[in-house]
Design a protein around this ligand. Structure first.
Ligand code: HMG
Ligand code: MG
Length: 283
C-alpha cells in the first residue's frame, strides 16, 4: 500500500474569498458537493469574518445550509473571534480554524490585532470548542515572508505554531501566504517548528505566486509533512497580502503526489470536474 498524503481542500474558502465578482450561493454549494464526491475528508467551505472585509464569504451560513453533507467528511470554517465561533456553530460546522500570523505587519492588516492580541482572542474559542469536542485547526501565516515586514524569523513561526498547538489546535497549517517561499526557506522554517511540536501535526499551506509550491511540498515531504492544503483550480489569494496569488492547485498537487508514489485517495475525474467549475468562477 502506498503511503497516504492528505490534501486538505481549501478552495471554497481560501480560493473564493479573493474573487471580486459575486459568486452565487448555488454555485458555491455545487462546488462543495462536487468536492465531497471527489473523496476529501476535510473541506474548508466558509469563513465567519467581517463581511465588509471579505464580502465573498458573507453567505457562509447559507453555503453550509445548502451543501449535501457526505458522511465521513468534515466541513470547516474560519472563526477569528467568539462571534465567528457562535455563527459557525449555528451553521453546524464539523471543525473550525483560528488564524494567526508569524509577522506583526500581516497580523494587523489581516485581523486588526497584534500576534499577542490574536492569541488572546483565540483562548475563549479553544476553551469553548474543547467543551464540545469540536476540532480546531490553527493557521500560521507568513511563515517565510511577509508583504509588510520582509523575511520571517523561523523561531517566530515555531513560537506561534507551538502556542496554537499547546492551546489545543489538533493541527497547525503553515502558510506561505505570499507564495514567495523557496525549498530552502521552507526547510529552515520546518526544522525549527519540528523542534517544538510533532511533524505529524503540521500541514503545509503554500500559495503559488512564484510557481514554486510543488518544490516547497517536496521539501516538506522530505522533512515528514504529510498534509497539504490546496485549492481546486488554483483559485484565490489573500485580500490582505498584496500580490499573493492562489493556493497551489489541488489537481496539480494530487497528480504530483501520485507520481511520487503516494496515495491521495482522490477520484481524479471528479476532481477535474471540480477544477472546471472552480476555473469558471474566476474573475
Ligand atoms: P475588528 O475590527 O477588530 O473587530 O475585526 P470589531 O469587533 O472591532 O468589529 C468591527 C466590525 O466587524 C463590526 O462591524 C463587527 O460587527 C464586525 P461594524 O460595526 O463595523 O459594521 N465583526 C464581524 N462580523 C461578522 N463576523 C464576525 C465579526 N467580528 C467582527 N466574526 C476581524 C476583527 C478579525 C473580525 C476582522 O479584522 C476580519 O473580519 N478580518 C478578515 C480576516 C480574513 O478573513 N482574512 C482572510 C482569511 S486569512 C487567510 O486567508 C490566510 C490563510 O489562508 C493562511 C495563509 O495563507 O497564510 C488562513
Ligand atoms: Mg491562504
Amino acid at each position: 500500500m502506498n503511503e497516504h498524503v492528505e490534501i486538505y481542500e481549501v478552495g471554497p474558502r481560501d480560493g473564493l474569498q479573493n474573487e471580486q465578482q459575486e459568486i452565487s450561493t448555488i454555485d458555491k454549494v455545487a462546488l462543495v458537493d462536487c468536492l465531497s464526491r471527489a473523496g476529501f475528508s476535510r473541506i474548508e467551505v466558509a469563513s465567519f469574518v467581517n463581511p465588509k472585509k471579505v464580502p465573498q464569504m458573507a453567505d457562509s451560513a447559507a453555503v453550509l445550509a445548502g451543501i449535501t453533507r457526505k458522511p465521513g467528511v468534515r466541513y470547516a470554517a474560519l472563526t477569528p473571534n467568539m462571534r465567528g465561533y457562535d455563527d459557525a456553530l449555528g451553521a453546524k460546522v464539523d471543525e473550525i480554524a483560528v488564524f494567526a500570523s508569524a509577522s506583526e505587519g500581516f497580523s494587523q492588516a489581516n485581523i486588526d490585532a497584534s500576534i499577542e492580541e490574536s492569541i488572546a482572542r483565540f483562548e475563549p474559542i479553544l476553551t469553548a470548542a474543547r467543551h464540545i469536542d469540536l476540532p480546531v485547526r490553527g493557521y500560521v501565516s507568513c511563515v517565510t515572508d511577509c508583504p509588510y515586514d520582509g523575511p520571517t524569523d523561523p523561531d517566530k513561526v515555531a513560537e506561534v505554531a507551538d502556542k496554537l498547538f499547546s492551546m489545543g489546535c489538533y493541527e497547525v497549517s503553515l502558510g506561505d501566504t505570499l507564495g514567495q517561499a523557496r525549498p530552502d526557506s521552507i526547510a529552515r522554517m520546518l526544522i525549527k517548528v519540528r523542534e517544538r511540536m510533532p511533524v505529524t501535526r503540521l500541514a503545509g499551506h503554500y500559495h503559488d505566486t512564484a510557481g514554486r509550491a510543488l518544490e516547497n511540498i517536496d521539501a516538506s515531504l522530505s522533512l515528514g509533512v504529510r498534509v497539504f492544503d490546496a485549492a481546486v483550480g488554483g483559485l484565490g489569494g489573500c485580500p490582505f497580502a498584496p500580490g499573493a496569488a492562489g493556493n497551489v492547485a489541488t489537481e496539480s498537487v494530487a497528480a504530483h503526489l501520485e507520481r511520487l508514489g503516494y496515495a491521495t485517495r482522490l477520484d481524479m475525474d471528479v476532481l477535474e470536474q471540480a477544477a472546471d467549475m472552480a476555473r469558471a468562477m474566476r474573475s
